[in-house]
Design a protein around this ligand. Sequence first.
Ligand code: GDP
Ligand code: MG
Length: 657
Amino acid sequence: MRKDVRILLVGEPKVGKTSLIMSLVSEEFPDEVPLRAEEITIPADVTPERVPTHIVDYSEAEQSDEQLYQEISKANVICIVYSVNNKKSIEKVTSHWIPLINDRTDKDSRVPLILVGNKSDLVEHSSMETILPIMNQYQDIETCVECSAKNLKNISELFYYAQKAVLHPTGPLYCPEEKELKSSCIKALTRIFKVSDLDNDGILNDNELNFFQRTCFNTPLAPQALEDVKNVVRRNMTDGVKDNGLTLKGFLFLHTLFIQRGRHETTWTVLRRFGYDDDLELTQEYLFPMIKIPPDCTTELNHNAYLFLQSVFDKHDKDRDCALSPEEVKDLFKVFPYMPWGPDVNNTVCTNDQGWITYQGYLSQWTLTTYLDVQRSLEYLGYLGYSIIYEQESQAAAITVTRNKRIDLQKKQTQRSVFRCNILGAQGSGKSGFLQAFLGRNLQQQRRIREDHKSFYAISTTYVYGQEKYLLLHEVMPDFDFLSEADLTCDVVCLVYDINNPRSFEYCAKVYKQYFIDSKTPCVVIAAKSDLHEVRQHYSLSPHEFCRKHKLHPPQPFTCNMTSAPNKDIYTRLTTMAMYPHSRLRCMCACNRCTYCLCQNLLKLELLRSIKAQVCRVVFNRLLSGWRLWRGCLLSEEDFILMQHVSAISSVEGPSL
Ligand code: GDP
Ligand code: MG
């Protein structure tokens, strides 16, 4: 909203400009007035629209042309005053005042004009007949009003219209010549309709209308009012109401009606509530709310945001096959000004047999965007109307900023749910295959991917000790000399070599020694294409010897050349390593049967928690009964020791192996 409104009154001498201002201020007609009234400021709380309003007078006798021009350029709205009993003053409106103002203002940012016919007390007839053709001729004339400073008729209305012309201008919404909404306004209202149509059936039913009404105007519509609105539409068009709900056509018609009846503020309230500015663009504050992301923190969507995205998915998955067909994707993004997802997205996330993005894949892509580019995620959520539908302060309410990774490492615990694994390896070593296999695609399926639809990311979920986590794989271009900070920053690293290519391991060894030998990031060597014949690597150490020397796990054989979907164990292992990077001693199985897995499960899951809870209960009961018996005494030494045990157990949370 604007900070204030500046209203300038111009017109021929003696038409009553100064008297109008004085009448407004003192609520009585002044018999004598100065040539020019001092500028007055009406405080926000006494104006109908709650904005400070400055009213500025003009006097030809007191002011130079230069001063007039300056005032014109400062004004937000200009009232051209004439006297209804003075023909010459009316003629001057078109012959002098409108051209003078237009010459001094930008074509694209014309100030709204209001024609004011003063001294209506002196005549019987109205000047409207003369004025209407002028209004039709000049688009910038917002409205006209006849008033009398003497009778105090329409004085406050005049200033209210002026204020409204600034705060709720017609220009961006409506084309008076065509008598219809402008295309940008139709676009914005159509988006609003689609966002509010929660079940996506093309009709706003009573529930949706009520929600819309409450969102925009803070009050629900009374049942009768709801019927009245629909009846108005029914009377005026055949397909404005369908199945007792409002269609898009009906919705647009209602807004046209509001504007034609001078109720622009209704349409503007709706537009502003949905994030639009005066040019009908979504505001920066709406799309990009402030969000602070300290270093070493990552960004994730929170539970609420996932629920919202789930509802958006459900709303567009019309055939309920848990995947979005190309048509459904197109429909989903109709509320966007552009198509945000290219064909590469289908190769970044899980798809079904037809290659359509599944529910899981859809959520994964959102997770990826939020992780890699949170601003973009905020923008997208803005287009979908997250903060409006979920009644949040801003889109930022959808985001969790995780705590600093260094604290996670210190505490050996993490609350994060997205982990990043960078995949490094020589050209052709099998990195892309490794990414695609995570999405369940074997080599044969991967061969169908077009080169220009290729993605350097793959994201999906894995389960680590019963918890669902996202693993984000990123294929790093094998340009050894140009590995950037971003190429190296991740939670776990895969060094991929091709067992069939004797020159491929050297790259892994060099990258490891150059960048990861002293780093805390866990590294895994992947022996890719394990279905092929293994050849001796041209490197001083064999991959196994290299791993042993550097205390890495032995190379993990991997292949995606199979008829079924590739095995996913490796991805679970990578996620586990990403989550618990400090666990140096680790089996690589995640089998849930070996000692390591059992210990992990024990520590992480129910048993320990229930023991802890029981000990707490025992201690608490003892303390309570002790307190009852020896009220006022200090704790016994025994109790004190018990208390210490409880806190010791509390601190054994998480897998601190
Ligand atoms: P300005 O030069 O445009 O500022 O006009 P003034 O406010 O000085 O008014 C010029 C004359 O018109 C004064 O004598 C006023 O008393 C008179 N006047 C102003 N408004 C009205 C009105 O509404 N009705 C009548 N009858 N006279 C008015
Ligand atoms: Mg005057």
